[in-house]
Design a protein around this ligand. Sequence first.
Ligand SMILES: NC(=O)c1ccc[n+]([C@@H]2O[C@H](COP(=O)([O-])OP(=O)(O)OC[C@H]3O[C@@H](n4cnc5c(N)ncnc54)[C@H](OP(=O)(O)O)[C@@H]3O)[C@@H](O)[C@H]2O)c1
Length: 252
Amino acid sequence: MRVLVLGGTFEAGKLADLLAGQSGISSTLSFAGRTNALRAPQIPYRIGGFGGVEGLQAYLEAERIDVLVDATHPFAEQISRHAAIAAARAKIPLVVLSRPAWVAQPGDHWIDAADMAAAAAALGRKPRRVFLTIGRLQIGAFAAAPQHSYLIRTIEPLALSPNLPRHRVILGRGPFAVEAEEKLLREESIDVVVTKNSGGEAAFAKLRAARQLGLPVVMVARPRQASGPVLHDPAEVMAFLHRHRAALPRGV
Ligand SMILES: NC(=O)c1ccc[n+]([C@@H]2O[C@H](COP(=O)([O-])OP(=O)(O)OC[C@H]3O[C@@H](n4cnc5c(N)ncnc54)[C@H](OP(=O)(O)O)[C@@H]3O)[C@@H](O)[C@H]2O)c1
């Protein structure tokens, strides 16, 4: 059985570890190629876009892929949409591997925002000190709220300086410790945290730190998932793949 895993996440890496050395399952992990710090998996991998839905469908057919696993980030909206359409056109099952969203706990002060523009508006008129941890791609939305001072944390340096009069960029890659996050929020006199609801443990510490300090968090909601059964655990995906393999006609 041939499996293509669309990756770029911690969970996709974990699934690749489980797939490594599985007899009877030949798998490939696909990366978009956005990051320089790629962690090479133990299974074959490829890097770069497919060229839209048509390109992905052509790849699935040329490589005779039996199952497509979408293990991309919950905010990687376009590739997930393409995956759903291409899998349907190639007539193969699609499985979505996605970490559960964070849910507010007692003591949290979350302000829900539907998207980045809403998050920028939710900061209000009064100048505030904002900890912005939303990745690199959508920082531009905060140009609409230039009155605030932004502490921006990204994994890799920004290609272009953001169009924000008061900002500073720091680099950091999770997992982060709650104590260190709390220290950062205190030392930088942060008033409010902005984050995407990515879920997972690696980036959760800032939310716990904000809770402890009583700080509000502007939480940007996930885009709607395109389709397909959503599994939260790489082991569940393995179980799905084994079931599917058992159901394939003999000789496949
Ligand atoms: N968005 C986030 O917050 C975030 C956070 C952490 C990690 N990531 C990872 O970073 C990658 C890019 O995210 P994004 O939000 O820029 O994606 P996106 O907007 O959904 O996708 C843009 C294009 O990038 C290509 N692409 C994306 N993921 C790919 C993959 N795994 N393999 C091959 N091509 C891929 C596709 O190009 P073609 O149309 O040419 O096929 C896709 O149309 C994803 O793999 C995602 O898992 C994203």
